[in-house]
Design a protein around this ligand. Sequence first.
Ligand SMILES: NC(=O)c1ccc[n+]([C@@H]2O[C@H](COP(=O)([O-])OP(=O)(O)OC[C@H]3O[C@@H](n4cnc5c(N)ncnc54)[C@H](OP(=O)(O)O)[C@@H]3O)[C@@H](O)[C@H]2O)c1
Length: 484
Amino acid sequence: MSQMVDLVIFGGTGDLSTRKLLPALYQLHRDKLAGRLRRIIATGRSDMDSATFCADAEANLVRFLPEGDWDESVWASFSERLVYARIEASQSDDYQRLAAVLDQGGAPGRLFYLATLPSLYGAICQQLQSAGSVNAASRVVLEKPLGHDLASCRQINEEVSAVFDEEAIFRIDHYLGKETVQNLLALRFGNPLFHPMWNNTFISNVQITVAEDIGVAGRGSYYADTGALRDMVQNHLLQVLSLVAMEPPASLKATDIRDEKMKVLRCLEPITTANAKERTVRGRYSAGAVSGTAVKGFLEEDAFHDADNTETFVALKASINNWRWAGVPFYLRTGKRLARSYSEIVIEYRRQPFSLFANDPQELTNKLVVHLQPEESISLHTVNKKPGLTSRLRLKPVELHLTDDSQEKHSSYDAYERLLLDALHGDQTLFMRRDEVETAWRWIDSIIEAWDENGTPVKPYNAGTMGPNAATALVAVDGRSWHE
Ligand SMILES: NC(=O)c1ccc[n+]([C@@H]2O[C@H](COP(=O)([O-])OP(=O)(O)OC[C@H]3O[C@@H](n4cnc5c(N)ncnc54)[C@H](OP(=O)(O)O)[C@@H]3O)[C@@H](O)[C@H]2O)c1
């Protein structure tokens, strides 16, 4: 798609579009990176004209852009690209009107961004095709969640594939748009220092944490039916895990990287009724305090009174059954209303076989910590001699920061900027292929079946903590603790 592109956002009036997509597009426009983009056609069900939509968009950008990024002159030229079209997903007349708008604009490329209910994705694609809006240069971006389980994911994939080829389907996981997640590839495959030690001979365990201090208020019945395992592990955590664990790809082309990620997902040992008790912990926040503010428990939120079988926290011990990772646990945890919001990957190295030092406690292991949010950086935890004229050599921890100044600037780009740019240019590397998403669902489905069959309880934890005590025990039985 080297030609000009019209971007059509289904769900253009929704939360995602307002908080993430329009600000990201504004930034790309400001930075002169959106040269290929002609118009942004936002759709929603309300009957309004483009001028009214623009007035709302302006107010929202002022509110949601990072401080200092609002600029009247940038807005003046950006707003010329904005068009609003009313579309009710099931109404074929609305698609005919959209087709006329697309034809008038004359941009040969079309990028349809589906930021609305996933249950509508198949119908929207079919309607676009019937209205003659899908051409050879058309692509579609699908927001998560792609289904509720393997069967519903397959159904969405079938429906979308009936209209678009796999090469034209961009399944988004915004974690893959983070600068530091991509930097993992540079770190692993660009540094001879790390690569030889990236295996079970040197690494004792890997921890991936995605912690949020926010609750689930405002997410309606969606979260009650979903829970943390489906909402976060199926996509973000498994995507990050596969990038950490994959073999060196044949090249940096999308197919080669996705092939290697896919092999990792296929090597995940199933969690079943037989081992789910030792491998998984489910939790649900009770009332507590986050950053000094009292907050309600999950079941006290209006929409969730009956959701007593929904977890807001999950911790897992995953195993990757291949030569590189056999015997190395991958501990994953994610939750709401935790002590603070942060995401990180911790690669913990094995201890040396024998220590020469008097004070060499367990916590002084070498660790490579990849911080994904709030700040994006990488640090290497090592030890040094404790300075001073003491009679014995003693150790002290030292953190080496592997992030340079220019990288900090680029890290401040939002993941959606990166992903929108790649979708406009047709680069699928940072998007999920159909087989990846379906294989991840198969693994998740097995855990949910095990929970159902075992009647696995959802353990309470106080809001403002790091989850139920059982999550601490999950790693403690292996003689380890979570990196905090
Ligand atoms: N919000 C996030 O941070 C976030 C993060 C990751 C993924 N997502 C995913 O992104 C998608 C959108 O989420 P959201 O939070 O933006 O939802 P939202 O705030 O509820 O917005 C939904 C959007 O879809 C439109 N819509 C709903 N039903 C429609 C129909 N029958 N026909 C046509 N348009 C319809 C709405 O139009 P009206 O305004 O006219 O009702 C609105 O623009 C979901 O799949 C969600 O899971 C969201």
